[in-house]
Design a protein around this ligand. Structure first.
Ligand SMILES: Cc1cc2nc3c(=O)[nH]c(=O)nc-3n(C[C@H](O)[C@H](O)[C@H](O)COP(=O)(O)OP(=O)(O)OC[C@H]3O[C@@H](n4cnc5c(N)ncnc54)[C@H](O)[C@@H]3O)c2cc1C
Length: 511
């Protein structure tokens, strides 16, 4: 029986481990933390269970693809799901993500810009259908690919979201709305935006498993163990053993676990510098990684336990992505995650009340709220204070959290009077618990340069015998994307062993 060691028990590491165990491999997952799941884990305070990061599994495709993967891996009992609405508030425009397509809603809101919106829709459809053919490869009939398609690809390959939108629209409000509903990053790669904006219509409702995303991790763990595999907590990988240019084992707690294949689910920089050793990675790959690849932004999150049930306070358990100024979302976002990250009045705020629909999240008669904003590693310079002046660090963190609460009061007046518990996380906290460099919420910053150079990270070019999975193993993030990467990595390993029956999940996923 061939041996696999997976480093990291994030959703992607666990999915990959389970997929390989299901094909008869002997699988060991090493997790440095005392809890499995990475960004999918929850934590408890005074009877409240808070989702550490993942608060929704997006849209119609989300639930289906998680259930689909679990079923393909032989998991009998699927998660129980609850539903809720997603709203985007841009200035005074409220956009319900669960109603209709982005283009239809825009035509309704801005009839005078119909021509631009039609052109936008046509271009998005065109790029999407080309990306679909590439993505699904031979399964979708690559022969359909034409020379015109190649020209379109070449035109858009190096383009950023900003350039694309400003090339079509003059109405800044439309640009703001599109950036908000697709959660696009200023300077971000156009191709990633195209996928997101097509996904923006999330169906009638959005989903999350009862018990949080950690419930999926529990099901995967149970299945791995049923198949004879193991998930070892408090077991950090310290080093990867290299022999003749090939990764052949992992050192953990001073012991060597030999393996036929190793899968790293953890931070790319850590994998290269601490586990593999820079000296074992080809120089030209290292140079590109050091110059072209950067981390995605991080988050500043505040979890609040409320002394009252949210419905009894008159509020609906939904999520709101709030951008105060409809004329400047792209610029405000650029400032927020730019060189030096500080809070400003126009900053984006995520207000998540969706967990109130989960019967396991709050004590009887109580409610909860999560507030979050995108920030850089150097947000309010907290990372410096943490090691030099703990008191000031805590004060700054609390003040930043109260600023978010004040902003949330615009939607939920009086909510601050009901705070019973409050927990705060800065990028330093996210880095500490998951090992993601600078607390990156989604692996790499998805720029056109990254898209251009990512094929460099094909496992055989990094080092033989080592595969990368998760949001450092592909250009994208989130549960749906990283489980898809995991299935592709499992397929790569199966192909290496000439196993004909692969999963071939790429053709099933549309987001
Ligand atoms: C605040 C926030 C909110 C988010 N919200 C959503 C959302 O609502 N929906 C969504 O789909 N996505 C969301 N995301 C993104 C999503 O959480 C991630 O893209 C995804 O969960 C990444 O999964 P992963 O398996 O790639 O890695 P991770 O979850 O980062 O897991 C990596 C694992 O590796 C372990 N590890 C690291 N080093 C070692 C080592 N040396 N030895 C052993 N183990 C190690 C870590 O402890 C961790 O368990 C959010 C992210 C953040 C930060």
């Amino acid at each position: 029986m061939k041996k696999i060691v997976v480093i990291g028990s994030g959703i992607s590491g666990m999915t990959c481990a389970c997929a390989l165990a299901n094909k008869g491999y002997d699988v060991t997952v090493l997790e440095k933390h005392s809890v499995a799941g990475g960004y999918c884990q929850s934590f408890s305070r005074k009877g409240f269970r808070f989702a550490a990061a993942v608060h929704r599994i997006g849209g119609i495709h989300g639930r289906n693809s998680v259930d689909g993967i679990l079923s393909a891996l032989g998991v009998k009992e699927l998660p129980e799901w609850y539903t809720f609405h997603e709203n985007v508030q841009v200035g005074d425009i409220n956009f319900n993500m669960c109603n209709s397509s982005a283009a239809d809603s825009l035509r309704e809101l801005f009839p005078e810009d119909k021509e631009d919106i039609d052109r936008f829709e046509a271009e998005v459809d065109r790029i999407n259908s080309i990306l679909d053919i590439i993505d699904k490869g031979a399964n979708a009939g690559i022969s359909k690919f034409s020379l015109t398609d190649l020209k379109v690809l070449d035109k858009y390959r190096k383009m950023s979201v900003d350039q694309f939108l400003r090339g079509i629209f003059t109405n800044e409000k439309i640009i703001s709305l599109l950036v908000a509903i697709s959660d696009a990053m200023p300077g971000g790669a156009l191709f990633a935006f195209i996928r997101m904006v097509s996904f923006a219509n999330c169906g009638e409702e959005t989903y999350q498993p009862v018990g949080g995303a950690g419930a999926i991790i529990d099901l995967l763990r149970k299945r791995i163990e049923e198949l004879g595999g193991r998930v070892l907590l408090n077991s950090p990988a310290e080093r990867i053993i290299m022999e003749n240019g090939r990764a052949v084992g992992v050192v953990c707690k001073g012991e060597i676990l030999r393996a036929d294949y190793i899968v790293s689910n953890c931070d790319l920089g850590f994998t290269i510098r601490e586990l593999v050793g820079e000296e074992n990675v080809p120089q030209r790959v290292l140079e590109k990684i050091n110059t072209k690849f950067t981390e995605s932004p991080s988050c500043f999150s505040v979890w609040i336990g409320l002394d009252k049930d949210i419905k009894s306070l008159g509020y609906e358990p939904k999520n709101i992505s709030y951008y105060p100024d409809a004329m400047s979302v792209l610029d405000d976002k650029a400032k927020l995650i730019g060189e030096h990250s500080v809070q400003r009045e126009n900053d984006f705020l995520l207000i998540s009340l969706s967990a109130n629909n989960d019967p396991t999240a709050c004590p009887e008669g109580k409610g909860q709220m999560m507030l979050g904003m995108l920030v850089n590693w150097d947000f309010e310079d907290m990372y410096k204070l943490r090691d030099t002046d703990r008191k000031l660090y805590r004060e700054k963190k609390k003040a930043a959290a109260m600023n978010l609460v004040r902003k949330a009061e615009r939607f939920f007046p009086g909510i601050s009077e009901h705070i019973e518990v409050m927990e705060i996380a800065s990028p330093v906290t996210f880095q500490r618990y998951t090992g993601n460099s600078k607390g990156a919420f989604g692996g790499y910053k998805c720029t056109p340069e990254l898209v251009e150079n990512f094929s460099l990270l094909d496992c055989r070019q990094l080092v033989d015998g080592l595969f990368l999975t998760g949001h450092w193993g592909g250009v994208g993030d989130g549960v749906i994307f990283t489980t898809d990467v995991a299935m592709r990595v499992a397929d790569k390993i199966l192909r290496c062993d000439h196993i004909e029956e692969i999963y071939d999940f790429s053709k099933n996923h549309s987001a």
